[in-house]
Design a protein around this ligand. Structure first.
Ligand SMILES: Cc1cc2nc3c(=O)[nH]c(=O)nc-3n(C[C@H](O)[C@H](O)[C@H](O)COP(=O)(O)O)c2cc1C
Length: 140
């Protein structure tokens, strides 16, 4: 059985809801998935992991300068993404995500050499488009 972990940072619950919806969708596809707030990271969560999904709420001036919250960025800098693990990003927002995904991706070390799949939602619900992105992400 494939294994996925979802790390999220949420202030008012929307991103947590989105993480839970992603988790339920992957579980229904027979992927052993858990969703964990970034503050509850433990090294052993990454054991034998096939997929990591990392999500945050969008912080900016509504239409410009979107970036993840520092708590999330600090976490992304520290997390040792295992070499053969696939990585995807998700974010919730109100108006636009703008530079959000670019600013999320740049914190990983080493920087991912391919653009990462990204999912976004205003209300924390999984859309049909998200499902297609997730289907492709976990293919093979
Ligand atoms: C300080 C602050 C800045 C924000 N900046 C943006 C922004 O630039 N663009 C946007 O679309 N939403 C922005 N939002 C809205 C949040 O990203 C959105 O409500 C998000 O879903 C909240 O997630 P949470 O419920 O998991 O905390 C901002 C919210 C706050 C509190």
């Amino acid at each position: 059985m494939k294994k996925a972990i979802i790390f999220y940072q949420s202030k008012t619950g929307t991103t947590k809801k989105y993480a839970q919806e992603i988790s339920a969708y992957l579980q229904a596809k027979q992927i052993n998935t858990s969703s964990v707030p970034v503050g509850e990271y433990k090294e052993n969560l990454l054991q034998d992991i096939d997929y990591i999904l990392m999500g945050c709420w969008t912080k900016g001036l509504m239409v410009i300068f979107q970036k993840p919250d520092e708590i999330w960025s600090d976490f992304a800098k520290k997390i040792p993404v295992p070499e053969h693990t696939k990585l995807a990003l998700f974010a919730t927002y109100k108006i636009r995500t703008g530079s959000m995904f670019k600013n999320m991706a740049k914190h990983f070390n080493p920087a991912p050499n391919l653009s990462l799949p990204n999912l976004k939602s205003r209300n924390g619900k999984l859309s049909d488009k998200d499902k297609i992105i997730l289907d492709e992400f976990v293919e093979n």
